[in-house]
Design a protein around this ligand. Structure first.
Ligand SMILES: [Zn+2]
Length: 256
């Protein structure tokens, strides 16, 4: 009975999300990755995005007006990650807070001798364990190059599904932790080595901060620059294909 009521409430929330064809077309045009998708796949992605918008609690900050267009573009990207996993992978939290442009997170730390340091940490987004996702919204060209704060933060959310953010989301039963660690460990070490030598890196050097950031940045590349990731870190690319159950280099994101 309880399940029936919750399904009914869910359907009511979903029915309230009304999107015109024009709004869909405009949102999808902002996401070049979808250009290779068939209309069937897009329809399924749209359905996921509607459910995602209905299920989450949306708010904005710092004067940003949260338009349906912004919600759609964020929801479509969030649903790209779970396209073949299911929305259940975003369980356990509900808030999405959208800020204009980059923002600063007020931090407060106490050092070893007990002195309190307060400072503003510039950020493009943040995901809290069991808490909201915070996303910076950039209008088109304003977004820093080669950075996708939406994919990045939602990748962190998947990573946190099995505890703290450590670069290893819950792997599927047909995956090997050792193979995952080998692939990501080698790529991470290689990136560190390049940075130590002052070399240019193919992916955002922020990935070298910690394994969790490597996973989030690699996920950005997986969806936004898959050919680059497949060339630079083929083993990481293969692991992400298996994890996300899709191959972004295929004509359509067929389930693996
Ligand atoms: Zn991050």
């Amino acid at each position: 009975m309880l399940k029936q009521i919750s399904n009914w409430l869910r359907e009511r929330r979903v029915a309230r999300v009304l999107v015109t064809e024009e709004q869909w077309a405009k949102a999808e045009a902002a996401l070049p990755i979808l250009s290779r998708w068939s209309s069937e796949e897009r329809t399924r992605l749209r359905q996921l995005a509607i459910e995602f918008i209905a299920e989450k609690q949306w708010s904005s900050a710092n004067g940003l007006v949260l338009t349906p267009q912004i919600q759609l573009i964020i929801a479509l990207q969030a649903c790209l990650l779970v396209f073949n996993l299911g929305l259940d992978w975003y369980r356990g939290w509900s808030g999405i807070i959208v800020y204009p442009g980059d923002f600063a997170i007020p931090r407060r730390i106490v050092d070893e001798v007990g002195v309190v340091h307060e400072y503003d940490d510039p950020a493009l987004g943040e995901a809290w364990q069991g808490g909201p996702v915070i996303i910076s919204w950039f209008d088109g060209a304003d977004c820093p190059q080669d950075v996708n704060p939406v994919i990045h933060e939602f990748a962190h959310k998947l990573d946190m599904l099995n505890g703290s953010s450590d670069g290893m989301p819950p792997l599927h039963s047909d995956m090997s932790r050792r193979t995952w660690c080998d692939a990501f460990g080698r790529a991470y070490a290689e990136l560190q080595r390049q940075l130590d030598l002052g070399e240019d890196t193919a992916i955002d050097p922020y990935a070298a901060e910690e394994p969790a950031e490597f996973f989030a940045v690699a996920s950005e590349a997986f969806f936004d620059a898959p050919a680059m990731l497949a060339t630079t870190y083929p083993d990481v690319f293969n692991q992400l294909c298996i994890f996300y159950r899709q191959n972004p280099l295929e004509p359509v994101p067929a389930e693996l």
